[in-house]
Design a protein around this ligand. Sequence first.
Ligand SMILES: [Zn+2]
Length: 92
Amino acid sequence: MSHHDNKPPKVCIVCGMPLKDKNDYPGGDTSLDWCKYCGTKDGIHPYKKLLEGMAKFLQQTQGMSEEESKKAAKQMVDSSPAVKMGKVKVAE
Ligand SMILES: [Zn+2]
């Protein structure tokens, strides 16, 4: 149990997923700022891989078409804190 239960949970700087539990982090490393879907303990996935992963997730969970999901994924990643902080480079 944590002694910081009054603090709001950290969220992934790429996808915004709440990082509530050790299991939400890559390799269980709670010092990281991203979730296990957006990177490994060595770093955030490259831009293209982030878009692919997020598009697939949106197709599966939101029932979006491939085209819709790709647009939505690009919007989400492009406006994420990770991009604003320069931790993910937007590539064409
Ligand atoms: Zn994430």
